[in-house]
Design a protein around this ligand. Structure first.
Ligand code: PLP
Length: 428
């Protein structure tokens, strides 16, 4: 695989941009390589600056559920660009997208658009603090909610329930207010609430954890945290930035039947443009400025292009059977990959939900963060690089999730299975 131009660009970028990239995981560091620079993306494929093409299972980290440059979405975006790219004033597309989301997610009565998932989660926690008059909040180790200070906190030593910063630059006050629990372990949640319940404003969770690879919630886990939040008067925030409109039209909350108090969204609702949103019951959302006293604002919030792309994407998803189709594709692919692995005497775990899946280089069942940590990340790096050589683009980290889009077809699946066979042979 020729990589000369990507390497030149990376060398240039590294002098200008920290680490040569504008978001860390893109740097390919954890797969011992350097990034590909992408020139174009169409359908299920990425095309790099050296003329290579790849079947893309990253899908821009989730948003591109219809595939790249989908015809109707692209046409609507082009028309919108001709009408101006940002007004700094309300536009019709904001109302259309808000109405689509509210119709799809019964727990949301009012929604505020922002420009990223990080903004959505930061704002939701601020609102929860304001509504409860409490300062602490609970998150789970291995869940990711963007790069807001209070989310960059990891578990401290076994004796502590307050977390410690996972990055320099975060104050001790912030880490003291963030309490860390173990995903899929209700006892850890009960314990933290028992100790700090009266000062906990909210618990934030990815209802399907997709940022430590894909880890599914166990039976009764989400129900249990709903009950605990109710018992202690804390708000439950579902971070559906990845899972929103991914597994079904609406959020994972529509599938599991548990209603959070607040929901955060991003990715798919922006159709490939920078977007985020948070919403919930009107009584809570009415606290947001200018209706209420909780300040939150954004120059590009509700941007007409992002709103148009998001509304076009949701309208297609709402009126089609794409969810069935992409689930079948992912089911077929993961079934075949499992057979390939087993034929090679390799009993790695594969987790899948709808069109999301992760192959874990570990023979343990992957049910939580501790299991994820048993993965052989060097083996994953080998697999990743060998797949790339065969024209298949998996996430450049063991701890990310693969996505199938509506543009992936059986030919892509067959090519991926053959590529996987070859890659496995190389790495075993
Ligand atoms: N929440 C979840 C669950 C995410 O996966 C992400 C990003 O991947 C975020 C929040 C942050 O979103 P953004 O990268 O748009 O700031």
């Amino acid at each position: 695989m020729q990589k000369k131009r990507s390497e030149e660009l990376f060398a240039q970028a590294s002098k200008l941009i920290p680490g040569g990239v504008n978001s860390p995981v893109r740097a390919f560091k954890s797969v011992n390589s350097t990034p590909l620079f992408i020139k174009e993306a169409r359908g299920s494929r990425l095309f790099d600056v050296d003329g290579n093409q790849y079947i893309d299972y990253v899908c821009s980290w989730g948003p591109m559920i219809l595939g790249h440059s989908q015809g109707e979405v692209a046409a609507k975006v082009k028309e919108a660009v001709d009408r101006g790219t940002s007004y700094g004033a309300p536009c019709e597309a904001e109302v259309e997208l808000a109405a689509l989301i509210i119709e799809a997610l019964p727990s949301i009565e009012k929604i505020r658009m922002v420009s990223s998932g990080t903004e959505a989660t930061m704002s939701a926690v601020r609102l929860a603090r304001a509504c409860t008059g409490r300062e602490k909040f609970v998150k789970f180790e291995g869940c990711y909610h963007g790069h807001g200070d209070s989310f960059l906190i990891k578990a401290g030593s076994g004796l502590m329930t307050a977390g410690v910063p996972s990055s320099p630059g975060i104050t001790s006050g912030v880490s003291e207010d963030t309490l860390i629990c173990t995903y899929n372990d209700l006892d850890s949640v009960k314990q933290v609430f028992k100790e700090h319940g009266a000062s906990i404003a909210a618990l934030i969770v990815e209802p399907v954890a997709a940022n430590m690879g894909l880890v599914l919630p166990e039976k009764d886990f989400l129900e249990g945290i709903r009950e605990i939040c109710d018992l202690y008067g804390a708000l439950l925030i579902f971070d559906e930035v990845i899972s929103g409109f991914r597994c079904c039209y609406g959020g994972f909350q529509n599938m599991c039947g548990i209603e959070p108090d607040l929901t955060t969204l991003g990715k798919i609702i922006g159709g490939g443009f920078p977007v985020g949103a948070y919403g919930g019951r009107a009584e809570l959302m009415n606290r947001i400025a200018p209706e209420g006293d909780v300040y939150q604002a954004g120059t590009l919030s509700g941007n007409p292009i992002a709103m148009t792309a998001g509304a076009a994407t949701l309208n297609i998803l709402r009126n089609s059977d794409w969810y069935d189709r992409i689930e079948v594709m992912a089911y077929y692919l993961t079934g075949q990959l499992r057979s390939v692995l087993e034929d090679a005497g390799c009993f790695f775990s594969i987790n899948r939900l709808g069109s999301m899946f992760s192959i874990f280089c570990s023979e343990s069942d992957i049910r939580g963060y501790a299991d994820v940590m048993t993965c052989d990340t060097e083996f994953y790096a080998c697999l990743f690089n060998a797949l790339l050589e065969e024209g298949v683009y998996f996430p450049p980290s063991q701890f990310e999730t693969c996505f199938v889009s509506a543009a992936h077809d059986l030919t892509d699946m067959e090519k991926t299975i053959i590529a996987f066979q070859k890659a496995l042979k190389k790495c075993k």
